[in-house]
Design a protein around this ligand. Structure first.
Ligand SMILES: C[S@@+](CC[C@H](N)C(=O)[O-])C[C@H]1O[C@@H](n2cnc3c(N)ncnc32)[C@H](O)[C@@H]1O
Length: 290
């Protein structure tokens, strides 16, 4: 939903975009191409992604900078980069297609080590988490983060399996989940899809980063500047919706989207992931100092 994001953020006016999830730099490149004076400060929690974004954005040098870091620390990063306030900010939440395509990263059930961390230099891998998490906590996470109906059965099966041998491989995990959930015949998605989504969100504490990140990113935007958030998960979209509504009620924001914008049919045909995309945006009220 690049066009919609650019329009909501008034890309034609240029200025500084804080891209809190720069990924491969697709949105950032579109922002830089939209106006001569446009600049980008891009963040990604994944250092590999930050390097790839910098390489992809090279034709726009010196109008951008890419830093490894989380948007939950955006104010500190903005200060360290000696920027005052951004004219616009974007959060395009979740993982990148590159994460799913590379088996070495452990994000997909195709196989490979159970890592699933965005930042491979910090925190606990998925294998380490699965070795210690209590069964009940695991079941709750599968239900709340993955919307998995068979959460209890799957959690029980995973805990039984780890008693036999540590869970280290993504293909084995997928196999255990598929067996525990009864294979889910006729479903469009693999039976382990929801479990992998929940576990990835848990390993990276994605809801925690979003919770801290929303006020943090707003604090980086100048009065009159705008924030757009693209989410692919109903829990994340719900959090964003509440944050925007409460802010609007308190007079801190002007809502730019009463209902979330969805991807059009063409985009869904080109990119099936966009089917679950929800785009919301606000303008930070004039005279509001975060
Ligand atoms: C959907 S992709 C972004 C794609 C990007 N908009 C583009 O056009 O290429 C999301 C990216 O956000 C990164 N990410 C996830 N959580 C993050 C966080 N808390 N802070 C910064 N980056 C994060 C992921 O590593 C991933 O590269």
């Amino acid at each position: 939903m690049v066009r919609e994001v650019l329009d909501l953020l008034r890309a034609a006016e240029g200025g500084l975009l804080l891209d809190g999830t720069v990924g491969l730099g697709g949105h950032a490149a579109a922002w830089l191409a939209a106006a001569e004076g446009a600049r980008v400060l891009g963040l990604d929690r994944d250092g590999e992604m930050a390097e790839r974004a910098a390489a992809n954005l090279a034709p726009f040098a010196p109008r951008f900078r890419v830093v490894q870091g989380t948007f939950a620390e955006a104010r500190r990063i903005l200060r360290e980069c000696e920027e005052s306030r951004a004219d616009a900010a974007l959060l395009d939440l979740g993982a990148n297609s590159v994460h799913f395509d590379d088996p070495a990263r452990g994000f997909s059930f195709a196989g490979g080590p159970l890592d699933a961390r965005f930042d491979r230099g910090a925190g606990e891998t998925l294998a380490a988490l699965l070795a210690r998490i209590p069964e009940e906590e695991l079941a709750d996470a599968l239900f709340l983060l993955g919307g998995e109906r068979h959460s209890r059965r799957i959690a029980r099966a995973l805990c039984a399996e780890r008693r036999r041998a540590p869970l280290r491989d993504a293909a084995r995990l997928a196999d255990v989940v598929a067996r525990a959930s009864g294979g889910r015949r006729g479903s469009r998605i693999h039976p382990a899809t929801r479990t992998f989504q929940a576990l990835r969100m848990l390993v990276n504490d994605e809801m925690g980063h979003l919770e801290r990140g929303l006020p943090e990113v707003v604090g980086c935007i100048r009065p009159g500047g705008r924030l757009a958030v693209l989410s692919f998960h109903s829990g994340e979209d719900g959090r964003v919706k509440r944050f925007f509504r409460e802010g609007a009620r308190a007079g801190r924001f002007r809502l730019l989207t009463r209902k979330p914008l969805l991807a059009g049919e063409d985009e869904v045909a080109r990119n099936p992931r966009s089917r679950s995309a929800r785009l919301r945006a606000v303008e930070v009220a004039e005279g509001v100092e975060a």
